[in-house]
Design a binder for this molecule. Structure first.
Ligand code: FES
Length: 152
């Protein structure tokens, strides 16, 4: 076996091991643009989010969070603004497993290294269902716009 073949084999083994490790811990090395959802999500009924808190059941599959807070529902991205890992809900806050950033329920970072807030996706009720449209985003200056939240 040549040195080149050995190096290639070692590279592939290392790459496969890294991919498996990342998959197991929920960390992905995909770029931010690969994590931007492009199709609308039917997230269910408002009653499915009956209690205040952060809901992350769509975080891994669609990179979308749903938050109920102060009689409002809104849909922040589940992609950390630091290096684009997928965040999750923990004890009523949003945490990033990669470098331990934390965000409050509004999606504003309370502990770094993340420094930028999580953008929110368009959210509306249609035929009794919550529809989230990730093609329209709202930065913090637009969080009070009509499609940035649902009033319950
Ligand atoms: S990617 Fe989230 S804290 Fe670094």
């Amino acid at each position: 076996m040549s040195q080149t073949e050995l190096s290639r084999r070692q590279f592939m083994q290392t790459a496969a091991a890294t991919a498996c490790a990342c998959a197991l811990c929920g960390v992905s090395s995909a770029s931010a643009s690969e994590k931007v959802p492009t199709t609308p999500l039917d997230a269910g009924k408002p009653d499915d989010f009956a209690n205040d808190g952060v809901y992350d059941q769509f975080a891994k599959s669609r990179h979308i969070l749903i938050v109920r807070h102060d009689n409002k529902l809104y849909a922040p991205t589940a992609v950390c603004t630091h290096k684009h890992c997928v965040v999750r809900a923990k004890d009523q806050v949003i945490v990033c497993p990669c470098h331990n950033s934390r965000y409050d329920v509004d999606g504003v970072p309370t502990r770094g290294p993340a420094r930028k807030p999580l953008v929110r996706y368009s959210i509306r009720i249609q035929d009794g269902r919550i529809i989230i449209d990730p093609t329209q985003t709202f930065d913090p200056s637009k969080w009070n716009e009509p499609l940035a939240f649902i009033t319950l």
